[in-house]
Design a protein around this ligand. Structure first.
Ligand code: MLT
Length: 312
C-alpha cells in the first residue's frame, strides 16, 4: 500500500481521499527540517502547503527510499526545490485553480479596504475618536485597475473589477488578444499600464523576470496617488522603494498580503500611513482550503495508483 506524509495543515478531506484510493496517509505537521529529512524516505509522497520546506536534502533523503512525488496544496511551489526534484526524478505537482477565486476575492477586499481606509477607520472608531472628516475615500467606479498577470487569479480579479464598473487594463505577455476581448480587458504593455492605472494589482509568480517588477523606476512611471496591491508573492514589489513612494505621496496607499521575508513579523513598512497588511491570507478560506486539499490528494493518488501526472 503506498504511503504519503501530510506535512502541513491540510483539510481532513485529503486524508479521506487518500484512504478511499487505498493510500495510507500520515498527518505529521510541524516537523523540524531535520525531522522531515529523516522521515522522507518512508513515504511514496509528501503533501505540503507552505510551511514545510521541501529542500534538496529532504528530496535526496527521500529518493534513497520510496519518495516519488511532492504535492503542493496551492499554487506557488517556492517552498519546494523544484530543480533538485527534477534532477532526482521526483514529480512536483501543484493545484492551480483551487484557490484562485478566494485569492482574487482577497485582492478585491484589499482594494476596497484601501479605497475607503477601512482598517484605519475601524481602529479610530473603536478607539472612540469618531474622525468622520479624516477618512475621505475614493470611488472605484470609473477608475482604472491595472492587472499585472492575467492568468487564473488575475482574470477573476478583472471580472470582479468590471462588475464594480472599473476599467481594466492588463499586462501579461501570455494573454492572447481573443482572451483579453473575452475578459473585457484592454491588453497593454507594462509602461502603459503603470501610466494609466489608478490602482495596480499583481498576479504573477515570482521569477527572475518578475522579481522587483514594482521598483522605484516603475513607481515613478505611475500616476501620482496610485494604489498598489500585492496578493501574489513578496519580492515582486521592492519594499524599500514602496516605502519611499508612500512617504513622498507618489503612492497614496498600498495593500500587501505577501512580503519579501515571511513570516513578516518585522518590516520597515509597518506603521506607514495608508498601508494595509494581511499575513499571506490570499488562499485562506474554508472553501479554497477544501478544494486544494482534495485536488492535491486526488492528483497524488492518481499518480501513485496509476502513474497519471497532472499539474506537474
Ligand atoms: C498559493 O501559492 O497557493 C498561495 O500563496 C497560498 C498559500 O501559500 O497558502
Amino acid at each position: 500500500m503506498p504511503k504519503v506524509l501530510i506535512a502541513d495543515n491540510l483539510s481532513p478531506l485529503a486524508v479521506e481521499v487518500f484512504q478511499q484510493r487505498g493510500i495510507e496517509a500520515d498527518v505529521r505537521t510541524g516537523l523540524k527540517p531535520d525531522e522531515l529529512v529523516a522521515a522522507a524516505a518512508d513515504y511514496d509522497g509528501i503533501a505540503v502547503r507552505s510551511a514545510s520546506k521541501v529542500t534538496a536534502a529532504v528530496l535526496e533523503a527521500g529518493v534513497t527510499g520510496k519518495l516519488r512525488i511532492v504535492g503542493r496544496a496551492g499554487i506557488g511551489v517556492d517552498n519546494i526545490d523544484v530543480p533538485a526534484a527534477t534532477r532526482l526524478g521526483v514529480v512536483v505537482m501543484n493545484t492551480p485553480g483551487g484557490n484562485s477565486v478566494t485569492t482574487a476575492e482577497h485582492a478585491i477586499s484589499l482594494m476596497l479596504a484601501l479605497a475607503r481606509q477601512i482598517p484605519e477607520a475601524d481602529r479610530s472608531t473603536q478607539a472612540g475618536k469618531w474622525e468622520k472628516s479624516k477618512f475621505m475615500g475614493v470611488e472605484l467606479t470609473g477608475k482604472t485597475l491595472g492587472v499585472i498577470g492575467c492568468g487564473n487569479i488575475g482574470a477573476i480579479v478583472a471580472d470582479r473589477a468590471i462588475g464594480l464598473r472599473m476599467k481594466v487594463v492588463a499586462y501579461d505577455p501570455f494573454l492572447s488578444p481573443d482572451r483579453a476581448d473575452d475578459l473585457g480587458v484592454e491588453k497593454v504593455e507594462l509602461d502603459e499600464l503603470l501610466k494609466r492605472s489608478d490602482i495596480v494589482t499583481l498576479h504573477v509568480p515570482l521569477t527572475d523576470q518578475t522579481r522587483g517588477i514594482i521598483d522605484a523606476e516603475a513607481l515613478a512611471k505611475c500616476k501620482k496617488g496610485v494604489r498598489i496591491i500585492n496578493c501574489a508573492r513578496g519580492g515582486l514589489v521592492v519594499e524599500a522603494d514602496l516605502k519611499a513612494a508612500l512617504d513622498s505621496g507618489q503612492v497614496a496607499g498600498a495593500a500587501l498580503d505577501v512580503f519579501e521575508q515571511e513570516p513578516a513579523k518585522e518590516n520597515a513598512l509597518f506603521g506607514t500611513p495608508n498601508l494595509v497588511c494581511t499575513p499571506h491570507l490570499g488562499a485562506s478560506t474554508a472553501e479554497a482550503q477544501e478544494k486544494v486539499a482534495v485536488q492535491v490528494a486526488e492528483q497524488m493518488a492518481d499518480f501513485l495508483v496509476s502513474g497519471a501526472v497532472s499539474n506537474a
